[in-house]
Ligand binder design. Structure first.
Ligand code: FAD
Length: 147
């Protein structure tokens, strides 16, 4: 995501929220998300205008890529937003702009801390993502109840 120039595209996942019972797509406009891999350093040190221009260029390329797979898609887009690792870092305060928690380099994670009675929940305390956040919350609650 450092530069939208050239032909190369990062791998992207498209989620059509109309396909699951998310409650997000009750009527038009329908929500659709493209998700890919990026680094905070790709967006560091840019002026606001440069960020806007790069987001616009990437949006054109990504929507174009989806349109190539699903002809007609681009013409149906009525509004678009792009969030970067810098957005995640600014809004969620996550290290490096990550959204799935810390790198899963160990399988031994515990909600317990060095402070008696203080337990950690979230995707940052167990495994990443929604599932990790739910598992982290459940194991913190179990540990607290055991005490
Ligand atoms: C666009 C997008 C799509 C995603 N899709 C999926 C998916 O399909 N499947 C999946 O499993 N995961 C997905 N994820 C990841 C998932 O959303 C997160 O991993 C999960 O929500 C993390 O939950 P959490 O409770 O650990 O942290 P968060 O939901 O980040 O909650 C932490 C909260 O703490 C607040 N906070 C931070 N610092 C402070 C502070 N100093 N003081 C007070 N409050 C603070 C933040 O503002 C935030 O509200 C997606 C994420 C994004 C951004």
């Amino acid at each position: 995501m450092a530069s939208p120039a050239g032909d190369r595209l990062p791998p992207i996942i498209m989620a059509d929220y109309a396909r699951i019972d998310s409650g997000l797509n009750q009527g038009t406009p329908y929500l659709c998300m493209l998700c890919g891999i990026d680094r905070l350093s790709n967006w560091d040190g840019l002026t606001a205008d440069a960020v806007r221009a790069r987001k616009a260029a990437w949006t054109d390329r990504l929507v174009g890529a989806v349109d190539a797979a699903f002809p007609g898609f681009a013409g149906l887009v009525v509004q678009h937003e792009m969030a970067t690792p810098a957005t995640m870092h600014a809004v969620l305060n996550t290290p490096g702009g990550a959204v799935y928690g810390f790198a899963p380099e160990t399988l031994v994670r515990s909600p317990r801390t060095a402070v008696p009675g203080l337990y950690l929940a979230s995707a940052w305390a167990a495994a990443g993502g929604f599932t990790g956040a739910m598992i982290g919350g459940a194991s913190a609650a179990r540990a607290a109840l055991r005490n």
